[in-house]
Design a protein around this ligand. Structure first.
Ligand code: GUN
Length: 288
């Protein structure tokens, strides 16, 4: 079977060209979209993600601010820092890099972010609105996956989409967004019995489990569209996804690579949400 690669690198680049225009337009009206990224502790992967986000902001001519705290930071001090960013006119988006250290309650911290600046889409109000199909900031990774499918012309109506993984930030919202586009959605996860029987039914298979190369070709129906959200290191310390690309590409019709698939889309959607937030502010200023 011949397959097509869905390149998040290319699709993300095209979306960022449009974003650049929107940013120029905002700047002409006196607003530079600003993103604040909060990092607690020194998890090396989180550090890399944060510096990639900052670099992309700078490349697009956006304002970026980084707040870094020691691991033993008090939860109340973190909440205070967020409250101050909520009031800061230079900042349109606030992102707290996850995971947080264990002594900090993630849900409390995420709920402290003003929903108007919740560019990660993790506030309970944003999640509730997303579930209801209302206008809100969508979580960046699942939103990025939807853009990949759309740009690749993949029809979702009536298709069976299987999402492997049920995290708050990827799996759960992923299923919701697919459902909103009229796919029939099945969630599978670590307690699923006979996972293979379920993934073999998927027309669209989205994998977000965090286990290197777990999905091999025997889990995939011929002609399926395979989206790999994983980011792991293989036995040779090379970046790889949750999907065994080399074997699965032989049965899939479309497949995302790692790196260069979903990853660049997550950052692009974060930038888009921040630009959207700045545009929302401009619209409010004009109407008041
Ligand atoms: N950690 C891993 N992915 C994400 C993400 O999309 N947003 C935040 N804030 N933290 C993460």
């Amino acid at each position: 079977m011949s397959y097509e690669i869905i390149s998040g690198k290319e699709i993300g680049k095209a979306i960022r060209i449009d974003l650049f225009e929107r940013i120029q337009h905002l700047k002409k009206q006196g607003i530079t979209p600003g993103l604040a990224v909060i990092l607690v502790g020194n998890n090396p992967a989180s550090k890399t993600y944060v510096s990639n986000k900052q670099k992309t902001c700078e490349d697009l001519g956006m304002h970026s601010r980084s707040l870094t705290f020691e691991t033993d930071l008090d939860e109340s001090d973190l909440v205070k820092a967020i409250h101050s960013l909520n009031q800061d006119p230079e900042i349109h988006g606030i992102l707290v890099q996850l995971p947080l250290p264990e002594h900090i309650t993630e849900s409390k911290v995420l709920a402290a972010i003003s929903p108007e600046k919740d560019v990660d889409g993790f506030h309970p109000i944003s999640i509730g609105k997303m579930m209801l199909g209302q206008d809100t900031f969508l979580p960046c990774t699942p939103h990025g996956v939807m853009k990949l499918l759309e740009h690749s012309g993949i029809q979702l109506l009536g298709k069976h989409a299987v999402v492997v993984g049920r995290s708050h930030i990827v799996g759960k919202p992923m299923g919701q967004l697919l459902l909103q586009k009229d796919a029939t959605v099945t969630y599978a996860h670590s307690k699923t019995v006979n996972l293979k029987d379920i993934t073999l039914q998927a027309d669209i298979l989205v994998v977000a489990v965090g286990r290197a190369k777990m999905i091999t070709s025997d889990y995939v129906k011929a002609g399926a569209v395979v989206i790999d959200v994983g980011m792991n290191r293989d036995e040779n310390n090379r970046l790889c996804g949750d999907v065994d690309f080399d074997s699965v590409k032989e049965v899939a019709s479309y497949i995302t690579p790692v790196p260069g698939g979903v990853g660049p889309m997550t950052i692009t959607m974060l930038m888009e949400n921040t630009v959207q937030s700045a545009e929302n502010e401009l619209r409010q200023d004009k109407s008041s």
